[in-house]
Design a protein around this ligand. Structure first.
Ligand code: G1P
Length: 296
């Protein structure tokens, strides 16, 4: 078991190569990660959550047609110069504060859609031999502090590998990776003793899902290298974690916050409502409209 004192988590891998077929026609030209929740692209919430958690380097695993993501996290020179010249300081500062620092982002392409495990493996050279985070941007987590900051705090205390978890209704277990838990360390942290990717309800060891945030040790790349396709014929990150579980500690962490699965239309719409209701500049005008719908 891995008992060495935990090394700092400096990098996050953001798999963003998915085709977004569930959101066609919106995603015919626009990457699904660029769809907005209120006025911010889904991917930007993930980046801001990671900045808050102290992450220094962002590794985006992209694919063809995802150029807008790279442009979004670049400086928009003409736009920013114009905002500055016109004295629109708040808008200028908002843009400036919401992107990685110069040199703080790397982009690598997953050439074929072979699965999440393959996408993470594509980041191996950019991550190197150090622990790293993985954020699946579709899983938008509304929490203060953000879910990744909470996980890094747990990781710093415990080391090993950490997987964010939460309960879902039984009817949803076949959409996710599912955890089997062992001993508990505190109310929110348990040892993981098993995992299964997208099981049928009767095969699921619990209704605790893998919630799209991970802190992983670099040895996962050796497992991914050899990983055979699993559920859905794809190379699954979950299957490589199962292999690493024999050698290293894995902990499930129940973060504080609410998840909106923006890979699903209903989840995406719910995210828009929740984030709008959380905004002082929008909620007062929006709430009565929402109430009028509820009364229909
Ligand atoms: C992936 C993971 C799964 C996890 C889910 C969270 O599945 O393989 O274990 O529960 O993300 O969204 P995907 O949604 O890519 O099919």
């Amino acid at each position: 078991m891995n008992n060495s004192s935990p090394r700092k988590v400096r990098k996050v891998v953001l798999p963003v190569a998915g085709l977004g077929t569930r959101f066609l026609p919106a995603t015919k030209v626009i990457p699904k990660e660029m769809l907005t929740v209120v006025d911010k692209p889904v991917i930007q919430y993930a980046v801001e959550e990671a900045i808050e958690a102290g992450i220094e380097h962002f590794v985006f695993v992209t694919g063809r047609g995802k150029g807008a993501i790279e442009d979004h996290f670049d400086m928009a020179y003409e736009l920013e110069a114009t905002l500055k010249a016109r004295g629109k300081t708040a808008a200028f500062e908002m843009l400036e504060g919401s992107r990685p620092v110069a040199g703080g982002a790397s982009f690598v392409r997953q050439q074929e859609p072979l699965g999440l495990g393959h996408a993470v493996w594509c980041a191996r050279e950019l991550v190197g031999d150090e622990p790293f985070a993985v954020t699946l941007p579709d899983m938008l987590i509304h929490g203060r502090p953000g879910a990744l900051a909470q996980m890094i705090e747990t990781y710093n205390a415990r080391g090993g590998n950490i997987v964010a978890t939460e309960e879902v209704p039984e009817s949803h277990v076949d959409r996710y990776g599912i955890l089997a838990l062992g001993e508990s360390y505190d109310e929110d942290t348990h040892r993981i003793i098993g995992m299964v990717e997208k099981p049928k309800l009767e095969d699921a060891p619990s209704n605790l899902i893998i919630s799209g945030r991970y802190i992983l040790q670099p040895e996962i790349f050796d497992k991914l290298e050899k990983q055979k396709p699993g559920a859905g014929g794809e190379i699954q990150l979950t299957d490589s974690m199962i292999a690493l579980l024999k050698e290293q500690d894995f902990f499930a962490y129940r973060f504080k916050g609410t998840t909106y699965d923006c890979g699903d239309k209903v989840g995406y719409l719910a995210a828009n409502l929740a984030y709008a209701l959380d905004r002082d500049d929008i909620a007062p005008a929006f709430k009565p409209i929402l109430q009028s719908f509820a009364e229909k």
